[in-house]
Design a protein. Structure first.
Length: 1168
């Protein structure tokens, strides 16, 4: 660590010193690209004073410069497009290079050797003669051009999916809830980064939602000119994102009118069945796959307003999607329905199907005495909760798998996701020195999802399995101008605006189902109407309000102003500038349902210390008794509390063309991020552990930022070089630091101040009994606390049963040190190979893949008597006491959530790449990544035992191979083969294009668990629940343990990945490769030490172009996604599936979350 800090300091100092000395390669920019090079004569001597003219082939606009005393020239501020470059000098042969592609944030080298002195003719060469080596910078990046964007297969035509074609980019295991992300941001991690820290830029302006980290405007593919993914070592101009930067450039018009109209469609009729969830036909429709249709239509138009000066581009895209899904869920068996719910026979409720010979126990809460034992699981109906019976009557009866207690309900249903998106762009060339542009994007999404259990709620059939109604409206605008003040001084100015607005509501909004069932204190106001959330630790599926963060109202805006200056001094191009942003956020959320989250646990009816017969209990029995083990609720007291934040960044950098072979780039960036503030006094609170309470923003002399402090020391140095060892070989290397200026969900902005009292109270109450029974019954749930009053000192003391949001008192930006070294070899002017080592070290990042960790997590128990009541082992147990609103307060026996970025991580990778630039109808990219990413989990041991939390990143796949390409088949007129056929034959054999992407990747890691851990420790006993523990893990005993994917079981519709071992009956007992840890210990098997099944995907497209006139053509596309219908298996995620000594251990019951079975798509397009 000390070496990294020392290197960081020297890098910043060296960059500053070099810049101050005033050091001709040209730096590219976020919006523009550049061309540069050296002009020589046939002897190799430099030619000074040569005239270089660059012409935009689409617009006809030109820029001119002259070579300096070193023969060097450069022209910047070029919009991404195709250009002709002409070099002229007195007495020399003029030379012109046609069709040179210019990319944003890239500089293309064009060295020109002029012919014999005295010659008068000119020489024209193709752009394919331009070398493909990257010699201008050392960033690790990949560019996808318009041809690839338009022709590669892309289900749902989602721009962000293309990021996965880049080395080092993998799917993240964390996804933002569908209705909050209808634009479809692909969840990725770059070079081992956390989720949500990627930067998104559109035409050089911010396109990253400031709380959730998603893209706001997911641009239509018709509007994209190119995209670039920069994963490491970006120039000092770029920052504010530690997980890579994805930039997109929109198209602009030209001197000719162009346009298109298109329609894409796929449906459930062309979708192969999911072997896990679609093995049983719907009992009503008889179909295996619910009806679903995706249709996307639209078009674009571009052209001149004033020829050679003013141009426009506009497009519209509409999407109409009927969603359909199938799920296998668990509901009470018919025996339970008959004997417990409907009470059609007998006098007892029979739960014998669930626990067999184990008894059910009823414990009076908090007594610490033996419970009432019900042998044979026969429970008198008189002791059952009428409220629970009313709730269970909302659930359907089982319809599959006979008398099975799990996966006995096959559910299918529908939702919808409709969208309308449009954008317009204007470009104007005021004169030869000034260019301006403006762009506006608008997107509107309308969403709906039904619930699997109908009136009983449950998982949904909307986007990503959600329920409810929603509307999302996103907007983005950009204005820009660039001015060539003189041949050696250039500047550009950009203004950006971003807006993200979400409104979500429950299916049962306005209704009072909890009150109707006889449960008090839940449906008490309009914002707490609808079904509560009922969660079960086992037995039956969660029901009630599931998959809907409702009600939710979120409105966010970001304003941005950026200015850059470029000064050319000899062979130095010095650039400096600033980027100022102002963010606003209003988020009235329901992360914990405002009607309540009621958890029913098997522990409530399990055997206690004084009970005679062992029993693991049953959550359904706990529900029938009405025993709520844990109760959570969001109590919202203000609907208009919002955040503000000022952000700034300033930089200086130099690109120094040391020699014709060596390019050096260095710079320094200063990020200044102010603590967030609230919109008015009393509209937020900052939880201060040192003060023992919540400081009310704007009250009693406390600032509207809650008293947070600034950090002005976020200086980041950057250095890179590119050395052309040989005309066909270049070595590049770089090192630099990057700070994140946005964070994720409260680490820096958005959900701390306004998610604390006096705005919001996050109730979290559970049992404090040593018997581990329950917190309350369905008739004794607490009422919503009264609205808080503000004490005279402005500090509300902490109290139990609430969970405030914490963050460090001094704002700290997440930081990553990046380094890379690469070798690129050019075989032809269009074909290169590259091998690179890429590494990074992250500091002050949030642990794990999701937000927040509990820093009041209990210590491990030292004796069995401590199990079940861990409050006294929490570091802040009863540490704070006070008096508030007429009653004494004490804290803290519950968890305390911190959003502070306090973890670190590292990443090392070998990244190789073969890149074929388009020529002779073919372009492709193939890359392979070997990587190892280490981080910390946000689990129960991170705060007190961080070394136990350290392990492989949840998303890290060791091996990943990706290949993509487009190939225009060489048949027909003007092609290599059959180029003299008649017109009709050319219609048949000509105009065909093949494209495709292929991904092969090794498995995702996971952590094994063991069934008996609840008897050894109580920090995390979740050996089989949906969350999948990382701390309930055994010891390694030596010997091997085999994992291998078995065949599909036709009865359970699952696949076996590993065979369970015998039970670990006592501490120290061994079974196979495992041993049971000592009491009060976490097993020594490392976190994420197992690896799941490898995955393979292959998508392909067959495209046929049919000319109608000289300028008009029709195009038909046939696309196949997962064309070989390979089942990409998830890691074991079913109940008990990761448990090495459970009967259900090793079971896989689902596909990888971002995959599906084979889907066919058809499209038609008219272009001119």
């Amino acid at each position: 660590m000390k070496y990294i800090k020392a290197a960081r300091l020297w890098l910043v100092l060296a960059a500053v010193c070099l810049l101050l000395t005033g050091s001709r390669g040209l730096l590219a920019q976020a919006v523009y690209g550049s061309l540069y090079g050296t002009v020589t004569d046939s002897s190799g001597a430099v030619v000074k004073g040569a005239t270089v003219t660059v012409t935009d082939t689409a617009k006809g606009t030109t820029q001119t410069t002259q070579t300096n005393d070193s023969g060097a020239w450069s022209i910047g501020h070029l919009i991404p497009d195709s250009y002709d470059v002409k070099v002229e000098a007195s007495t020399f042969t003029a030379k012109e290079t046609k069709g040179v592609a210019v990319h944003a944030d890239a500089a293309q080298l064009i060295d020109v050797q002029l012919g014999v002195e005295g010659a008068t003719e000119s020489v024209t060469v193709s752009a394919n003669e331009v070398p493909a080596l990257k010699t201008d910078r050392a960033d690790v990046a990949q560019i996808l051009d318009e041809r690839a964007v338009q022709n590669l297969p892309n289900l749902n035509r989602n721009f962000t999916q293309f990021t996965l074609l880049t080395p080092g980019v993998q799917h993240s295991s964390f996804n933002i809830n569908g209705p909050e992300n209808p634009q479809g941001t692909t969840s990725v991690t770059t070079n081992g980064s956390s989720y949500g820290v990627q930067g998104w830029l559109l035409d050089g302006t911010d396109n990253r939602e400031p709380v959730l980290g998603i893209i706001v405007i997911n641009p239509t593919l018709d509007s994209i000119g190119e995209m670039k993914v920069t994963s490491s070592n970006y120039d000092a101009e770029f920052g504010g994102a530690v997980g890579g930067i994805v930039s997109a450039q929109t198209k602009s018009g030209g001197n000719q009118f162009h346009g298109d109209a298109f329609f894409y469609r796929h449906s459930g009729e062309q979708l192969a069945r999911n072997p896990f969830t679609q093995s049983t036909p719907d009992p009503v429709t008889g179909k295996y796959i619910p009806g679903q249709v995706f249709g996307q239509f639209g078009g674009s138009l571009s052209g001149p307003i004033i020829k050679d000066r003013t141009f426009f581009f506009m497009d519209y895209q509409g999407t109409r999607q009927r969603l359909g899904a199938s799920q296998l869920l668990s509901v009470p068996t018919q025996q339970v329905i008959n004997t417990c719910i409907n009470q059609n026979s007998g006098v007892t409720c029979d739960l014998s199907q669930y626990l067999g010979s184990q008894p059910v126990y009823y414990h009076p809460s908090g007594t610490g005495v033996a419970g009432q034992q019900y042998a044979s699981n026969a429970i008198p109906r008189s002791v059952l909760s009428p409220q629970a019976i009313n709730l269970l009557k909302l659930l359907p009866a089982p319809n599959t798998n006979g008398t099975s207690i799990v996966n006995n309900f096959a559910a299918s249903g529908n939702g919808s996701s409709n969208a309308d998106q449009a954008d317009v762009r204007l470009d104007h060339q005021l004169n030869g020195k000034i260019h301006t542009f403006g762009r506006y994007d608008y997107a509107l999404f309308r969403l709906f999802g039904n619930a699997a259990f109908g009136p009983g709620g449950g998982p949904g059939f909307g986007m990503n399995g959600t329920t409810g109604n929603g509307q999302v409206q996103n907007q983005s605008a950009a204005l820009g101008a660039d001015w060539a003040v003189s041949p050696s001084l250039l500047t550009d100015l950009r203004f950006g605006f971003l807006s993200y607005h979400v409104a979500l509501s429950k299916l049962t909004a306005g209704q009072t189902p909890a009150a109707n069932a006889g449960i008090p204190n839940l449906n008490t106001a309009p914002d707490s109407s609808g079904l509560p959330n009922f969660s079960m630790t086992d037995t039956i599926s969660n029901f009630g309000n599931q998959g809907c963060n409702c009600p939710l109202l979120e409105s966010e805006q970001v304003f941005q102003l950026a200015n850059n200056w470029t000064k050319i001094l000899g062979n130095h191009t010095i650039k400096f500038g600033g980027d100022i942003r102002y963010a606003l956020n209003l988020r009235n959320a329901s992360d914990n349902d405002r009607a309540g989250v009621l958890n029913f646990a098997s522990a409530s009816t399990a055997a206690g210390p004084l009970d005679p017969v062992p029993s693991s209990g049953n959550a359904l029995a706990s529900l029938l008794f009405g025993q709520v083990a844990r109760f959570q609720r969001f109590d919202v007291y203000s609907q208009n509390a919002s955040n503000r934040q000022k952000r700034g960044a300033f930089y200086g950098q130099d690109s120094w063309r040391v020699t014709n072979k060596l390019q050096v780039n260095y710079g320094v960036r200063w990020d200044i991020i102010y603590p967030e503030t609230v919109n008015s006094p009393g509209n937020g609170g900052f939880a201060d552990i040192n003060a023992g309470g919540i400081r009310i923003a704007g009250a009693s002399g406390i600032g509207t930022n809650g008293g947070q402090k600034m950090d002005y020391m976020n200086l980041a140095g950057r250095f890179g070089f590119a050395y052309q060892v040989h005309p066909n070989t270049v070595i590049r290397g770089g090192i630099g630091q990057v700070y994140d200026s946005v964070g994720f969900f409260g680490t820096l902005f958005g959900s701390v101040l306004t998610h604390n009292l006096p705005v919001l109270n996050n109730e979290d109450q559970g049992s404090t009994s040593a018997t581990g029974d329950y917190f309350a019954t369905l008739t004794t749930l607490p009422a919503k606390p009264e609205a808080p009053t503000i004490p005279s000192n402005g500090i509300i003391p902490f109290s139990n049963n609430t969970s405030p949001q914490f963050r460090g008192s001094r704002i700290q930006l997440p930081k990553v040190d990046q380094w890379n070294l690469s070798l690129q070899q050019q075989f032809t002017n269009t074909f290169t190979a590259e091998i690179a080592y890429v590494g990074n070290h992250s500091e002050r990042i949030y642990p794990g893949e999701t937000y927040g960790f509990d820093f009041n997590s209990p210590l491990l128990p030292t004796s069995p008597s401590q199990l079940g009541n861990n409050a006294a082992r929490r570091p802040y147990y009863n540490k704070f006491s006070g008096f508030y609103q007429g009653a004494p307060t004490i804290c803290c026996s519950n968890g305390l959530t911190s959003a502070a970025p306090t973890a670190n991580a590292n990443y090392h990778a070998l990244q190789t790449k073969l890149d074929k630039r388009f020529s002779n109808g073919l372009q492709f990219n193939a890359n392979y990544t070997w990587s190892k990413a280490i981080n910390y989990a946000n689990d129960a041991v991170f705060a007190n035992y961080p070394q136990l939390s350290r392990g492989r990143n949840d998303t890290n796949r060791t091996h990943v191979f990706v290949m993509s390409g487009v190939y225009a088949l060489p048949f027909g007129r003007d092609r290599m083969f059959a180029n003299h056929v008649n017109r009709m034959m050319d219609y048949a054999i000509g105009g065909w294009t093949l494209s495709g992407t292929t991904t092969w990747e090794s498995g995702r890691p996971f952590t094994p668990t063991y069934a008996e851990c609840g008897a050894d420790q109580d920090l995390d006993t979740n050996f089989g629940g949906p969350g999948m523990s990382s701390d309930c893990r055994p010891d390694r005993a030596g010997g091997g343990f085999t994992t291998q994917v078995g065949s599909l079981d036709p009865v359970t519709h699952s696949r076996q990945y590993f065979a369970p071992v015998a039970a670990l009956a006592s501490n120290g007992a061994t079974s196979g490769a495992f041993a049971r840890p000592a009491f009060g210990a976490i097993g020594n098997i490392g976190r994420n030490s197992f690896v799941g099944p490898r995955d393979y995907y292959a998508d392909a497209a067959l495209i046929k172009d049919i000319p109608i006139t000289e300028r008009v053509k029709a195009q038909f596309q046939f696309q196949a996604f997962n064309m070989f219908n390979h089942a990409a298996l998830d890691i074991p995620t079913a109940s008990n599936a990761r448990c090495i000594d459970c009967s259900a251990g090793g079971i896989i019951t689902s596909l990888e979350g971002n995959s599906s079975m084979r889907q066919l798509q058809f499209a038609g397009r008219i272009t001119f």
